[in-house]
Design a protein around this ligand. Structure first.
Ligand code: FES
Ligand SMILES: [Fe+2]
Length: 400
């Protein structure tokens, strides 16, 4: 199966200077703000509720999209130095990420090659060796089997063939990309295309991880849908993020399956008075970088950033979202600590208590049988784009 080259396919900015690009986005947002308009798709789109409910379809899509495609599984700063590791269960697979002595990040199935025990307990830290708790086979950070307990009694085996099973892995733009099927391959430059530059501009390698938490949520598509539109911001988020953003105003750019969503901030009302060339576009917009299929990097708000990874659960009706809260640097003063805590509380409320409460109600509504189709509006182009790309990957899978 071939992966698409994610070239720039809808981004009218055309800027090479990042500051000017931000100002260009702010000007596009201002145009919508003045005219009470938004970027729109060609027409409303109907989507069968089977896309959200059907078990067989869920399994096929899960196998194709969440095991064969690259996913951003961690940030580079989560593996800060040679010897760092991170062990987590992701989409029901035990995964071990390491940074070896040469600084290269690698990904493995965290499963012993002897008789299959989980080698490294879940968590993160630094280790030179990963010793299986069952019979003490030991692996190095590059996955090699370096010692086999009681080798004289065990018998002759070729240790070089018994390293941890490696997963395709690449580090780019401050993110560690992994495909969960060891037989798959990917070229991260082809996968990200020009979106790579947009991600690199976030400088994610230099942020500080302030907090991480896992949030249970509704089904995969219901959850992701909520990250891809701003139509609901005034109604659902009036007390949180909606206080700062303009509801139903979206500047929408796409890069293959990936998307950049630019929201207008209420401060746009002051932008007309800006003089000269040197103004800061960031003051007037919030940008969400949405990497297919499940990574959302949301807004740099006063030196804070929310990274969300949405992983499907066992069925079409549940997910776990890994929220990572970043600060531009480690809070040093009481005021910076307070600002970070407030950002954390606000994002928790907006997602867990607002988005996912509605999402769970949608899940119940889906299961009621009230709808055969959803109608996705012209003002929800992010959702249309996402579902069209899901369909496209599944068509590729059938054709392949
Ligand atoms: S299962 Fe790991 S050493 Fe036996
Ligand atoms: Fe929301």
């Amino acid at each position: 199966m071939t992966l698409p080259v994610a070239g720039k396919d809808k981004d009218s900015s055309g800027f090479t200077d990042p500051e000017e690009e931000l100002r260009g986005l702010a000007r596009r947002a201002l145009h919508h703000f003045k005219n009470r308009t938004t970027d729109r798709a060609e027409s409303p789109m109907q989507l069968s509720v089977d896309a959200y409910l059907d078990q067989g379809r869920f399994k096929r899509e899960f196998d194709r999209i969440f095991t064969q495609l690259p996913m951003g599984l961690a940030l580079s700063v989560e593996l800060p130095e040679p010897g760092s590791y991170l062990a987590r269960t992701i989409c029901r697979k035990p995964v071990l990420l390491t940074r070896d002595q040469h600084g290269v990040v690698r990904a493995f199935l965290n499963v012993c090659r002897h008789r299959g025990a989980i080698v490294c307990a879940e968590g993160a830290g630094k280790k030179a060796r990963f010793v299986c708790p069952y019979h003490s086979w030991a692996y190095a950070a590059d996955g090699e089997l370096v010692s086999l307990n009681a080798v004289k009694t065990f018998g002759e085996v070729d240790k070089s063939t018994l390293g941890l099973t490696e997963l395709p892995c690449s580090e780019k733009a401050g993110v560690i990309w992994v495909a969960l099927d060891p037989r798959s391959t990917f070229d991260i430059d082809a996968w990200l295309g020009e979106f790579s530059e947009k991600l690199a501009s976030l400088d994610l390698s230099n942020w500080y991880v302030y907090e991480q938490r896992d949030l249970p949520g509704p089904g995969w598509k219901v959850t992701i849908d909520g990250y891809l539109e701003v139509y609901h911001h005034d109604t659902v988020h009036g007390k949180t993020v909606g206080k700062h953003t303009v509801g139903n105003l979206l500047v929408h750019d796409t890069y293959g399956p990936h998307q950049r969503l630019t929201f207008g901030r209420k401060s746009l009302s002051e932008l007309d008075q800006e003089e000269g060339d040197g103004w800061d576009g960031n003051q007037y917009i919030r940008i969400v970088h949405s990497v297919f299929p499940n990574l959302s990097i949301s807004g740099i708000v006063g030196g804070h950033c929310l990274v969300s990874q949405v992983f499907p659960g066992d069925s079409p009706s549940s997910t776990v979202t890994r929220q990572t809260l970043l600060c531009a640097s480690k809070p040093q003063s009481d005021a910076e600590e307070l600002a970070a805590r407030e950002f954390s509380a606000m994002t928790l409320q907006a997602v867990r208590d607002e988005d996912y409460v509605v999402g769970n109600s949608i899940q119940r509504g889906l299961e009621s049988g009230a709808n055969t189709h959803f109608v996705i509006g012209r003002n929800e182009p992010g959702l249309q784009h996402y579902h069209q790309w899901v369909a496209r990957f599944m068509q590729d899978a059938c054709a392949g």
